[in-house]
Structure formats: structure tokens, C-alpha cells
Write a protein that binds this ligand. Sequence first.
Ligand SMILES: Cc1cc2nc3c(=O)[nH]c(=O)nc-3n(C[C@H](O)[C@H](O)[C@H](O)COP(=O)(O)OP(=O)(O)OC[C@H]3O[C@@H](n4cnc5c(N)ncnc54)[C@H](O)[C@@H]3O)c2cc1C
Length: 502
Amino acid sequence: MVPPIKEVVIVGGGSAGWMAAAALSSLLAPKDMSITLIESDEIGIIGVGEATIPDILNFNQLLGIDEGEFIRETNATIKLGIEFIDWGRKGDRYIHPFSSHGVDMNGFDFHQFWLHSRAAGNTHPIDDYSLCAVAARHGKFVRPDPNPRSIRSHIRYAYHFDAALYARYLRAYAEKRGVRRIEGKIEAVIQAPETGHISEVRLENGDTVRGEVFFDCSGFRSLLLGQTLNVPYKDWSHWLPCNSAQAVPSQHSGPLLPYTRATAKSSGWQWRIPTQARVGNGHIYSREFMSDDEAASVLLAGLEGEALASPRVIRFTAGHRQQFWVKNCIAIGLSAGFLEPLESTSLYLIQEGISRFIALFPNASLPDVFRDEYNRHMQTEFEQVRDFIILHYSATERDDTPFWNYCRTMAIPESLQHKIALFREGGRAFRLNDELFSRPSWVAVFLGQNIVPKACDPVVAALPAQEVLASVESMRRAMIEAARNMPTHEEFLSQFRKTEVA
Ligand SMILES: Cc1cc2nc3c(=O)[nH]c(=O)nc-3n(C[C@H](O)[C@H](O)[C@H](O)COP(=O)(O)OP(=O)(O)OC[C@H]3O[C@@H](n4cnc5c(N)ncnc54)[C@H](O)[C@@H]3O)c2cc1C
């Protein structure tokens, strides 16, 4: 019989490394398997990655993490969606909420009724029918009601948190479950001559750490998969031209908003992510269109509170490694690839990599078919997220800068062209192949960026427009009423806050 895996090594202690360590130590509950994580304090972690999507709740639940403790320890706030400003046209503003819009009726999508109601004079944007969007605008939050008949059951949420505190929190969780942490810098990665598998890593102090399976969570360095196994990088920068970021925290000014803000700028966009103690800000831009100095000025001019540090520059290339799992090495996190944080998908892709590995958890023979399946799955995940992010750039009418002219006129993947055409012709939007972003997300961005269908569903179009208008209007009012009756975001958080926030 093939023996089980006995030695797992995780290289890197950023969010990816500690998420992997926490999940492996908890979900596999290894008795005869050691898990060792190596991280270098000198190199440190990337320290961004603070906005999430609702899937993070599944991860926390699987790990049995208590929500109150999590919010307190990571300085978390609630996120109900993302507000996009100036994307389709300057002056535009819409929310991509985590909840759906309205309620589907008789098997037809709500947005078809909304489209038809416009014929009867409805001028309310689709956002006004999403409970998350309405609550976000009112600064309100309540946990979803488990009763599906309650309007509050529509709430879906995620968190903003402090990335360094998140890694620290997961570290404590994983160490409690037996993960051994080694602090030190790896200076050499040794491969077995006959198989090319990674057999051990050597630290600067001369110590070596052996393993049968290695997780490369070394960040953009991609120390094992990229540098050692030479797996090439698939570059998508022709579709996602931003290649630089500058990040800076700032003081709070005004109420704690339960959503992320993404404001389009002349050669990219700026994020605003409120955590309990401060606001995380960053400017994502393309160096082909803007210098670093100009990008820093744009960032600082866009802050709402006083900057708490100087902007930090980070370089990246959109894309991913051609394989994610090669020989006995699985890359998770930035070492595997990176798509800019416009839809906060990186931590989700880490989560997906870990759970797919656990679903395929092999014995020591590491079957090729498991590797192939893992690589196929992760490639599909990256491609689907890629298309959704490209949509935000390509569906613009902005022609005020060379950057936006490039984005507006660039060729886009066929898979995305197909989705846009389906929506433009008749408002059709489907969730294909179990993709991350479901219909309401696509509809939010299509409509938010002025892709309005030529016609609505013919069955819905045959209904009396005034009756449809009355029906959607009652839903809109119900959303406002429900949001009004919720506690404020601040009130919700106050029950979990530390008495003194660091
Ligand atoms: C500008 C920007 C904004 C982002 N915003 C978001 C967001 O809002 N939401 C989201 O989901 N994601 C976001 N991300 C992505 C997110 O930050 C990362 O996916 C996440 O932090 C995981 O990073 P990591 O653990 O892969 O890498 P890192 O945090 O860089 O960790 C790498 C680890 O490897 C170790 N290491 C490297 N080399 C060696 C060596 N030789 N020896 C020993 N140890 C070594 C380092 O010490 C470190 O511990 C963003 C990324 C960027 C660049």
C-alpha cells in the first residue's frame, strides 16, 4: 500500500501560508503528519489584502472560528459590497452588492422586471433593489436572518481587516493545532536528482528542512514554483494593464462605511478600505501611462483623512503560473499568480486552492491525475475572475485619458465578449461552470457601466408595464424600510470592539 504523506512544508507566512497552515492542521487533523511553516521576518509579508468576499465566512466556519473573536482580533469591519465611482463615465456611481437585486418572480430574473418597468417611467437604478446596497448607503448592518421568508435573509457580507493581524491570528490558530513555525531565510532549495521533486530547503543558518509536499507561499518571489521549478508565468497585462500599486493607511474621517470604495482615476483606480483602527488606501495604476511620483500625488490627494505613513510601491504583473501544482510543489497565493484587487479575489483564490487540494488530498504517490485536475480547476478559476475584472475596464465610455482609451478599445477574451453579447441582446446572464461571480454580480457591473440590454425578456415584456412598475416599487420600498430598521454598522461592531483600538 502507498504510505500517507508524513511531512508537509509551507514556505511563507503571509496570508497564504497561514491560511494553508490553519486549514491543513484543522481539516486534516493530522496525527502522523508534521506541518512546518518557514517564514522570514527580514523579508516580511506584503501587508495588503484587506478586503474579502463572502466566501471568507465559509472558510472561517469550516475552521470553527468564532466571529466575534475574529472581528476583535483582526480589527475587522463589515463589507456589503463595493462602490464603483467614475468607471463607466465620470460622475457615475454604482454598488456591486453581495446580495441579489429584488426577488425573482415566476422563474424570471428580477432585472428583467426592472428593465420592463423603465418603460413605465422607473428611473431608480438597480442598486436600489439590493438590500446590501441600500444598507451600505445607509451605513447599516445586521446579520442575515436564517428565515428565508424574511427580507433580512438577503443580506450577504464579508469583512475588511488588517492583513498583518489576520496572519497573526491564523498563526496562533495553526500553532495551537500543532503547526511548527521556523523563522529564517531560505537560501537554497534542493531537488532530488532522480525525480526533480523538492526534497528539502536550506536556511541561511545552515539548518535544513525536509518534506514530501511543499507549499510555495513565498509571495511574488515564487521561490519554489517559479525560481526552482522554472514554471513560466502567463502574462495577462494586455488585458489588465495596471502593474503598480502604492498603498498608504490614513486616519478615519467620518462614519465607518460598511463597503469598499473603488474610484477610477486617470490611469487606474484608488481603493478605500475601512478597518476599525484606520483606513487602508491604495492606488493601482499602469506605469506605461503614469509615473510613480504622479501616482503618489493622486493617491494622497484622494485621501479623506490624514496619511499615517508614506506611500509604499508594489509592482506586479497580472496573470498566473502556467501550472499551480508541479511535482511535489503546490503554489498558493501570490507565488501562483495575481489579479489586481478590484473585486477582492486573491484571498478567495487562496481559499479555493487550499480547499481543492484538501478535496484531492493524495497519498505519497501524488497521482498525476490529481495534479492535472488541480491545475485545470485553478486555471478555470483564474480565467473566470480575470474576465469579470476586465469587464470593469473594457465597459467604459471614458475617453479622457490615453489609459481609458486603451481600455475602451482593447481586444477582450472571447469568453467575455460572449457574456457581454448575451446581456446586450436580451439581458441574459448565466453563471457558467460554477464560476465565482453569479448573475447578480454580472448584472450589477453590466448595468452599473451602462451596458443596457436592447430588449427585456419577451414574456416579461408582455406584462402590463404599470403593474410591473408597482410590483418593483413595492420591493424598493421594502428594502428601504428593512435598512432603516437595522442597527448602524458602528452599533453592530461596538459589541466586538476592543476597549482600546491599537
Ligand atoms: C496592491 C495589492 C492589494 C491587494 N488587495 C487585496 C484585497 O483587497 N483583497 C484580497 O483578497 N487580496 C488582495 N491582495 C492580494 C493579497 O495581498 C495576497 O493574496 C495575500 O496577502 C497573500 O500573500 P502571500 O501570502 O502569497 O504573500 P506574502 O504576504 O508576500 O508572504 C510571503 C511570505 O514568504 C516568505 N518568504 C519569501 N521568501 C522567503 C525566503 N527566501 N525564506 C523564507 N521565507 C520567505 C515571506 O517572509 C512571507 O512570510 C492585494 C495584493 C496587492 C499587491
